[in-house]
Design a protein around this ligand. Structure first.
Ligand code: CP
Length: 304
């Protein structure tokens, strides 16, 4: 994986996911193992879209490993504001950094950045397309919570149309014999190409608009926010924004091992009373993002 870009989850094989997850687990359990891994290295984070977790967990990962960070969190403070192209921005930043992390609203922008960049590029989210490092941290979180990735019942809830984390997760979990339970309003159903993907892999899946049907059988309930920023018509967003709100009293008949994940940020889809239950795992998931990103950076730079 040394020198590779990470643009789509499908760029990596099962063995490579497992290598990343295993290193993330090793770093999580052995803080002394990563202190100086990035000594002398500079990582650039270019965020053309808002972010809390992805940008700050990358930056936390780099700093914990002894590296340094440059970049911007607001493109209006960069020369993009003066009309500079993405290509020129990447070609310039590549002179200053050993690796570039980019989030951009345009689908395909991270792939384009990787094509022009002489240093590796990591996609931190391109529109509604892919968010592969979120997917890898989701895999790590599932493994930590269930002690396996194999044969799990995974319920995916909410915005299955625009939720890029769901699309990546379906692709990655397809290697581990899952059963998928798909829960969404009609307007936000999983796009046709991902259904075809599931069917071609002979993966069992069920669909409903009622979350209560699948809560008792789930090992993982993966909740997503309805992605307001992807709607062209605000009225359409208003119709579906509160389609699912998981509350603590809905969790009584769930499996003992069941955990609720959410890539965050949440709006209303998980009530705060769930935070007090042993099912809530989404802040732990945010922590695991740091160790997963540490593993990804050190593997891509060939430093592990
Ligand atoms: N999960 C995630 O991508 O969060 P941010 O948008 O805050 O980075």
């Amino acid at each position: 994986m040394k020198g590779k870009d990470l643009i789509s989850i499908s760029d990596f094989k099962k063995e490579e996911y497992l290598q990343i997850i295993n290193l993330a687990e090793y770093y999580y359990n052995n803080p002394e193992a990563y202190n100086d891994v990035l000594k002398g290295k500079i990582i650039a984070t270019l965020f053309f879209e808002p972010s809390t977790r992805t940008r700050l967990s990358f930056e936390s990962a780099v700093q914990r490993m002894g590296g340094r960070i440059i970049g911007f969190s607001d493109p209006s403070s960069s020369s993009v504001q003066k009309g500079e192209s993405l290509k020129d921005t990447i070609l310039t930043v590549a002179q200053y950094a050993d690796l570039i992390v980019i989030r951009h609203p345009l689908e395909g922008s991270a792939r384009w950045a990787a094509e022009v960049s002489p240093v590796p590029v990591i996609n931190a989210g391109d529109g509604a397309n892919q968010h592969p490092t979120q997917c890898l941290l989701d895999l790590f979180t599932i493994k930590q919570s269930q002690a396996t990735l194999e044969n799990l019942s995974i319920t995916l809830v909410g915005d299955l149309k625009y939720g890029r984390t769901v699309h990546s997760l379906i692709q990655a979990l397809s290697y581990f014999n899952p059963t998928f339970y798909l829960v969404s309003p009609e307007e936000l159903k999983l796009p046709y190409e991902y259904k075809i993907f599931i069917e071609e892999k002979n993966i069992k899946y069920y669909e409903s608009s009622d979350i209560n049907e699948y809560l008792p059988v789930s090992d993982i309930v993966y909740v997503t926010r309805v992605q307001r920023e992807r709607f062209s018509d605000p009225m359409e967003y208003e119709k579906v924004k509160n389609a699912y709100i998981i509350k603590a009293d809905m969790l009584k008949n769930t499996k003992k091992n069941m955990k609720i994940l959410h890539p965050l940020p949440r709006v209303n889809e998980i009530s705060v009373d769930v935070d007090e239950t042993d099912k809530a795992y989404y802040f732990q998931q945010a922590l695991y993002g740091v160790f997963t990103r540490m593993a990804i950076i050190s593997i891509i730079l060939g430093l592990n």
